[in-house]
Write a protein that binds this ligand. Structure first.
Ligand SMILES: NC(=O)NC(NC(N)=O)C(=O)[O-]
Length: 362
């Protein structure tokens, strides 16, 4: 899922689909903290009760009878610079927290729940100051130099949401830009993958499913886990634009229509450009993706993972030209579960990733 604010689209770095995970929390008596990261909007069944009480789709702690606050720690799917945090109290109307505070930390390795409990308070730096919440509403907490004097513009691996003093939160979204470890960007990798720094810049239509799903890890379990537009009736075609992890040459392409049985595209076209080339003309070229050179023109099968050597089936020269941006066209419409663009970063793109890693270190 991406969020387009006033700037370029952001990635939900905590999202479960991408690989975010709850590492620890101090209480989840009524409802499990892992629900915070689910991709779909919180559900509510007015008649659902269990042995503990009302069933909620979110994280809910018990009513505190001691001084203190409740907290949850989330490992981000990819390290990144956080720009905004959304705290969604959907359906928590008489039991939402009075306020929330968010901290971030850079934690090496893969600390487990016991490690997190033992962390010194000093490792947690403010990301968003204490902010009042309201019931059944999303409160957006921007990360600003004032509210996050140490972390604005810096990468974190974990965030901690503190609720004051207790209550329920349906969803937590941590919007930002992934900053992958450059040590993981060598060799042949998926240059479109969100965890490698690729992102969706825009799409024609996400009526049934987010285009961000195309670049998440693993394979789709159901059609809900893919990109799906509505049936198109105007003679045009649907599309998704991607910015890659950096400039690179593509070798292999994976066009995965798994789970799209009666609604896969009739034809898939991939186009790509190197936005670094062309000087002042490059902005105009970037703005006109329908004119980018074709890399691949394919008639895919439904419900099939097509793994293709671009040198063999792609357009002439498709593996020779570096690309920074790719457009996926679905003709005339239709859904897909994943798009993988395997290749190598150019030396200068890898050097840029190394600089970004260094600049964003705390
Ligand atoms: N009706 C409720 O939601 N009550 C309590 N919560 C649950 N889950 O039952 C509470 O105290 O917040």
């Amino acid at each position: 899922m991406s969020s387009s604010g006033e700037t370029a689209p952001l990635t939900d770095l905590a999202g479960r689909v991408l690989g975010g995970v709850v590492v620890a929390c101090n209480d989840q008596f009524y409802a499990e903290a892992s629900n915070l990261l689910l991709p779909y909007p919180a559900r509510f069944d007015p008649d659902a009760y269990d042995a503990k009480g009302k069933v909620y789709d979110g994280w809910e702690t018990r009513r505190r009878r001691t001084v203190g606050d409740d907290w949850v720690v989330v490992r981000l799917a990819a390290p990144g610079v956080v720009e905004r945090i959304d705290v969604d109290t959907a359906w928590f109307k008489g039991n939402f927290p009075a306020a929330a505070t968010v901290h971030g930390a850079w934690l090496e390795g893969f600390p487990g729940p016991n490690d997190v409990w033992q962390l010194s308070e000093q490792v947690w730096r403010p990301l968003a100051p204490r902010t009042p919440l309201t019931g059944h509403a999303v409160t957006s907490l921007p990360v600003t130099p004032e509210g996050a004097p140490e972390l604005a513009g810096k990468r974190v691996s974990h965030v901690r949401l503190t609720i004051h003093p207790d209550g329920g939160v349906a969803r937590l979204r941590v919007w930002g830009r992934a900053v992958p470890d450059p040590a993981l960007l060598t060799g042949t990798l998926d240059l479109a993958a969100a965890e490698n720094g690729g992102r969706v810049l825009g799409s024609s239509d996400e009526f049934y499913g987010s285009a961000d799903h195309l670049i998440t890890p693993g394979r789709a379990a159901t059609m809900a886990d893919g990109w799906e537009n509505a049936r198109r009736r105007d003679g045009g075609n649907d599309w998704v634009d991607f910015e890659l992890a950096g400039a690179g040459r593509l070798r292999r392409v994976e066009v995965d229509t798994t789970c799209f049985v009666g609604n896969a595209p009739g034809r898939v076209v991939l186009r790509g450009i190197d936005a670094r080339v062309g000087g002042s003309a490059s902005a105009a070229r970037l703005a006109d993706p329908a004119s980018w050179p074709v890399l691949l023109d394919l008639q895919p099968q439904p419900d099939t993972r097509h793994v293709l050597a671009l040198g063999a089936v792609g357009a002439p020269g498709a593996t020779e030209r570096p690309v920074t941006h790719v457009r996926l066209e679905a003709h005339p419409d239709g859904g897909m579960s994943r798009l993988r663009l395997w290749g190598e970063l150019d030396d200068d793109a890898l050097a840029a990733a190394e600089r970004r890693w260094a600049e964003t270190a705390l």
